[in-house]
Design a protein. Structure first.
Lengths: 110, 115
């Protein structure tokens, strides 16, 4: 079955470093990948979308890549801040609906 | 602008009771989605509507679950009868246009506990 997989272990990094989160997809080929941020007790908030024919997309300190050969997307936060601490979800489309990964929790320590 | 509004925020009820969750999407959005989030299974799509019409309900776990969208500004998700394994956070989301390339806007969810 179609799957979106993210590293379930929390990522702990020091403030100022670059955080890199990984999203892998299996058994299908999404045309779009979306990344969301989720804070405790809140709904996911959309961050970035990338199309399969785009290699890379940037928005302020955020960068996302889409590698159709590796079946993988990487999500980078440069110059990370404690306020970036949250769970980040990856979602791949499948005919107007999305499969979500289970999310990776990012902890940025001051 | 107001975002997606869900009610109630929390619901605690006993097994066997009927539960109704409510959602008001963002005005002008023509897609509406119901998701369920648990630690074990993550965020799962239950059903989605386009222009108030259910398009895909393949994620609805069983007949105890039903969803309606009587108009463009309101949707309900009903569980009858409820069971403890239905305990989860239920999210509603809406989006506009050709969905795959549009962001989904989520409400803050209903945390449901079935005792």
């Amino acid at each position: 079955s179609q799957k979106i997989e993210q590293n379930s272990e929390a990522l702990n990094i020091q403030e100022g470093k670059t955080a890199t989160l990984t999203c892998n997809y299996t058994n299908y080929s999404p045309a779009y990948l979306q990344w969301y941020r989720q804070d405790p007790g809140r709904g996911p908030v959309f961050l970035l979308l990338i199309r399969e024919n785009e290699k890379e997309k940037r928005k302020e300190r955020l960068k996302v890549t889409f590698d159709t050969t590796l079946k993988q997307s990487l999500f980078h936060i440069t110059a990370s801040q404690p306020a970036d601490s949250a769970t980040y979800l990856c979602a791949g489309d499948n005919f107007n609906k999305f499969y979500f990964g289970s999310g990776t929790k990012l902890n940025v320590k001051p | 602008d107001a975002g997606v509004i869900q009610s109630p925020r929390h619901e605690v009820t006993e097994m066997g009771q009927e539960v109704t969750l409510r959602c008001k999407p963002i005005s002008g959005h023509d897609y509406l989605f119901w998701y369920r989030q648990t630690m074990m299974r993550g965020l799962e799509l239950l059903i989605y509507f386009n222009n108030n019409v259910p398009i895909d309900d393949s994620g609805m776990p069983e007949d105890r679950f039903s969803a309606k969208m009587p108009n463009a500004s309101f949707s309900t998700l009903k569980i009858q009868p409820s069971e403890p394994r239905d305990s989860a956070v239920y999210f509603c989301a809406s989006s506009s246009g050709q969905n795959s390339n549009q962001p989904q806007h989520f409400g803050d969810g209903t945390r449901l506990s079935i005792l």
